[in-house]
Ligand binder design. Structure first.
Ligand code: GLN
Length: 445
């Protein structure tokens, strides 16, 4: 009730929620109380949280930030949602996001931009900007996001919270509206690594309904949080400290690295030589997969349908023209182009080959060091409306995107400020090293 009142008071201005499910939340809170009274409390009994509006939630609008799905009420729960409910959590609603998770500032939402709670003239980051802002503003203690190219880590960094992108396959994608299926991964956003550890434990694990989820046991992610960091080998990728990095962001990250040295870690420089190719490879692969995934929105089965279609082609064309925003259309065009006959080998296949090289860079680095550290983003949160050019917006993703191409886990933790705007330290580990990342993040907090 306290948080619902807070949302009511503050979110008209902040715009972090698309839908607030007050009635369902109060009923779920009562159910959690009853379960506790009966001695059947779940591990996250009664924990209030929010869900990015990309997670299908039974009986609740699931818009993915798009006009296309603004009338879509999901008939089932995503696996993440099902597991969070089973753990006893209470969802307060669905958070704002860039349309179909395409964006780095939350300005591509059909529901309007979100303010950064630290500085209302700044963006909250994207695409999980609503989730990050809601946690930072104290509207919920935790929220779920998804990360295809940085959409958990970058908004976490911009809003001064902790956000974890798990290894690809660690968390089921079933019931998450698909953007780029070989990159999408859901994860927790909260104040601390400890909170993220508890939430990851609830959502991780194999799911027969997602063939890319991995059949591998889920450890207790809280068990190793306090483990000492003596002997930890930290690598600083040379390519993550180069041109375009804001000097004050760099200073904050280097300060954080010093704290780790004082905790007994050793630091060395490493190289990820193909970093330069990550953005071009991602912006071929992600739009290609998106153009395929978004072909299902045809005005026939669900989603927006134009008025008075003249024939089937008119129905398709006008429903899609009206339902999708500008950035989504741009990516569908890029994706259908790079997948088309005569271009496939030159673009899509080449990008997949580059992806393999990028992955190998990381695997080579993890032969030498335990974790990599660097900035989550080259700058702190930028001004609302400042980044109008799509390519300059894509360049924002330089430190986050390679991680998705490689399928690796990564976490962003708060590491100071530039003026009023937070800075995120990004920590990367090898596949399924979430427990280690959470331990390393926790010891800093
Ligand atoms: N900013 C990137 C994009 O627009 C990443 C988004 C995401 O991770 N969903 O595709």
């Amino acid at each position: 009730e306290h948080l619902l009142a807070r949302i009511e008071r503050l979110d008209g201005d902040l715009n972090s929620f698309i839908t607030v499910t007050a009635e369902q939340a109060l009923a779920a809170a009562d159910a959690a109380d009853a379960a506790r009274a009966a001695g059947k409390a779940g591990p996250l009994d009664g924990l209030p949280l929010a869900l990015k509006d990309i997670f299908c939630t039974r009986g609740v609008k699931t818009s993915a930030g798009s006009r296309m799905l603004d009338n879509f009420v999901a008939p089932y729960d995503a696996t993440v949602v099902e597991r969070l409910k089973a753990a006893g959590t209470v969802s307060l609603g669905k958070t704002n996001m860039d349309e179909f998770a395409m964006g780095s500032s939350n300005e591509n939402s059909f529901h309007g931009s979100v303010k950064n709670p630290w500085d209302p003239t700044a963006v909250p980051g994207g695409s999980s900007g609503g989730s990050a802002a809601a946690v930072a503003a104290g509207l919920v203690p935790a929220a779920m996001g998804t990360d295809t190219g940085g959409s958990i880590r970058q908004p976490a960094a911009f809003c001064g919270i902790t956000g974890l992108k798990p290894t690809y396959g660690r968390v089921s994608r079933y019931g998450i509206i698909a953007y780029a299926s070989s990159l999408d991964q859901a994860g927790p956003m909260a104040r601390t690594a400890e909170d993220c550890a508890r939430l990851l434990g609830a959502i991780a694990g194999h799911d027969l309904r997602d063939s890319t989820s991995v059949a591998r046991g889920v450890p207790d992610y809280t068990a190793e949080l306090e483990a000492p960091l003596t002997g930890l080998k930290i690598g600083l990728p040379r390519e993550y400290f180069g041109d375009g990095l804001d000097p004050e962001v760099e200073a904050a990250v280097r300060e954080a690295v010093k704290v780790y040295e004082s905790l007994g870690a050793s630091v060395r420089e490493v190289s990820l030589p193909h970093t330069h190719y990550a953005i071009p490879a991602y912006y071929v692969i992600a739009p290609a997969e998106a153009s395929s995934n978004l072909s299902r929105y045809d005005g026939v089965r669900f989603g927006h349908r134009c008025d008075n279609p003249q024939d089937l082609i008119d129905l398709y064309e006008r429903s899609r023209a009206e339902g999708f925003g500008e950035e989504v259309k741009r990516r569908i065009l890029i994706g259908t182009h790079t997948l088309s006959e005569g271009f496939f080998d030159a673009y899509y296949k080449k990008a997949q080959q580059v992806r393999r090289l990028i992955r190998q860079d990381f695997l080579d680095a993890f032969e030498e060091v335990d974790v990599l550290m660097g900035p989550a983003s080259p700058t702190p949160a930028f001004d609302l409306g400042a980044n109008k050019d799509p390519v300059s917006m894509y360049l924002q993703d330089i430190y986050t995107i390679a991680v998705n191409l490689a399928g690796l886990p990564g976490i962003s933790v708060p590491a100071g400020f530039v003026g009023r705007r937070p800075v995120g330290l990004q920590i990367l580990g090898t596949h399924f090293a979430e427990a280690r990342l959470l331990n390393v993040a926790h010891r800093f907090q």
